[in-house]
Design a protein around this ligand. Structure first.
Ligand code: ADP
Length: 393
């Protein structure tokens, strides 16, 4: 077996993991992908090859900590690589602040600096840093590489980067950062291979998963995006509200007596598809429900996404293509149909058959705007960065 890179992509309820070959001799056993899933009553970790064969599986009691899973995973990797070694672990880190816009090898000083960014992403940053610390304890000799979700939007410039707040706030870091950058970066690169005719044009990527955002991209670079200072802004999401009147949290605090923690919980965990439907954050459940509230939630989701696509087209000065990606974007013809139905005036029109079949090109032949479905792969983007960083050391 060749040497390998491990990628850990930590989200709020699960950690996606992937093992990639390092260097590139083309071993067919790599890559393999897996998940540490906390959704289950008993957390479980499963790694499968790309054909879906289970290579590693571990279940544990509900209170088991992640470090135990990682220790077993590393033991399994050592055996699986049979002489090859683990050369680096790449991690997704949600926030790089103003300082980190390229992947870095994590040193104690850098880890400290990343912890100091926690107030900018209080619910997500600690979740991303915990696996780095666990891996440092388990394998102190293996480089840990941090790749930032904010980095792809580093070039965002005024007016897109700016809030209409007193100027000194911006100098203190209160600006529009943007997230989902590793996903957007993967799609930007991949478009050069699969759809070169649009890769350099005016493209809106709709990353619609549990978290959701848009990226307005020209020449493969982000020029605007819907998430901003935190991962709450922009689109309606699974349990997050997206953009709301900033006066509303003040009202909840001042008139309804909710604490900051209670408001945070409402905005991050009780809103979005779950809050509006009162049923579920999962589009699959809502699409299968007869409850009118489920339809209303999906309608609002699509309306907000459509409005935001129009705003991104304004930033781009027009629109040549929309790319749908992530769990909802890749798998829900119904959501794509609802969103595109409101965008005919922009030149968007779907080929219903291609859309229903989740094909790559789902736009009508005559449409002015191309519409595509492109599966994202944040882990591949992290692996590519990690490989480049250890190669160029
Ligand atoms: P994250 O990585 O942010 O957890 P994903 O990109 O995996 O999110 O997206 C998860 C969401 O994708 C689920 O909550 C669900 O709503 C949606 N989803 C997944 N599969 C389907 C499907 N077949 N049809 C409709 N929606 C789906």
């Amino acid at each position: 077996m060749p040497d390998a890179l491990l990628v850990l992509n930590a989200g709020s309820s699960s950690i996606k993991l992937a093992l990639f070959e390092s260097g590139g001799s083309g071993d067919p056993a790599l890559p393999c992908k897996g998940m540490l899933d906390h959704h289950q009553h008993e957390p479980q970790m499963i790694v499968k090859d790309l054909k879906g064969n289970v290579l590693f599986e571990r279940h544990a009691a509900a209170e088991a900590d992640d470090e135990g899973f990682f220790a077993d995973l590393l033991r399994w990797i050592d055996g699986f690589l049979a002489g090859g070694k683990l050369v680096a672990v790449g991690h997704r880190v949600v926030h790089g602040g103003l300082k980190f816009f390229e992947p870095v090898q994590v040193t104690p000083a850098i880890l400290q600096a990343l912890h100091e960014l926690t107030p900018l992403a209080p619910l997500h940053q600690p979740v991303c840093l915990a696996p780095i610390e666990a891996m440092q304890r388990l394998r102190p000799d293996v480089p840990q590489i941090a790749c930032f979700d904010t980095a792809f939007h580093h070039g965002l410039a005024p007016p897109m980067s700016r809030f209409a707040l007193p100027r000194h706030f911006e100098q203190e870091g209160m600006r529009r950062y943007g997230f989902h950058g590793l996903s957007y970066e993967f799609i930007a690169r991949h478009l050069r291979d699969i759809a070169p005719e649009i890769a350099a044009k005016r493209v809106v990527i709709a990353h619609l998963g549990s978290g959701a955002s848009l990226c307005a991209m020209r020449d493969g670079r982000s020029i605007d995006t819907t998430m901003s200072f935190t991962t709450l802004d922009g689109l309606m999401m699974g349990t997050r509200c997206g953009a709301i009147d900033p006066g509303l949290p003040l009202y909840l605090q001042q008139q309804r007596g909710l604490s900051a923690d209670e408001i945070e919980h409402v905005l991050y965990y009780e809103s979005g598809l779950l809050g509006v439907s009162g049923i579920s954050a999962d589009v699959r459940v809502l699409e299968n429900s007869d409850d009118p509230r489920a339809v209303e939630a999906l309608e609002l989701f699509a309306f907000r996404a459509g409005s935001a696509i129009a705003a991104m087209a304004h930033s781009l000065g027009g629109l040549d293509a929309i790319i749908f990606t992530a769990g909802i974007g890749e798998n829900s013809p119904e959501v794509r149909r609802r969103i595109c139905a409101g965008l005919g005036w922009l030149g968007v029109e779907l080929d219903e058959q291609a859309n229903s079949a989740d094909e790559l090109r789902i736009g009508a032949r005559t449409a002015r705007v191309a519409t595509l479905v492109v599966p994202t792969d944040e882990e591949a983007a992290i692996a590519a960065h990690s490989q480049a960083l250890i190669t160029n050391r």
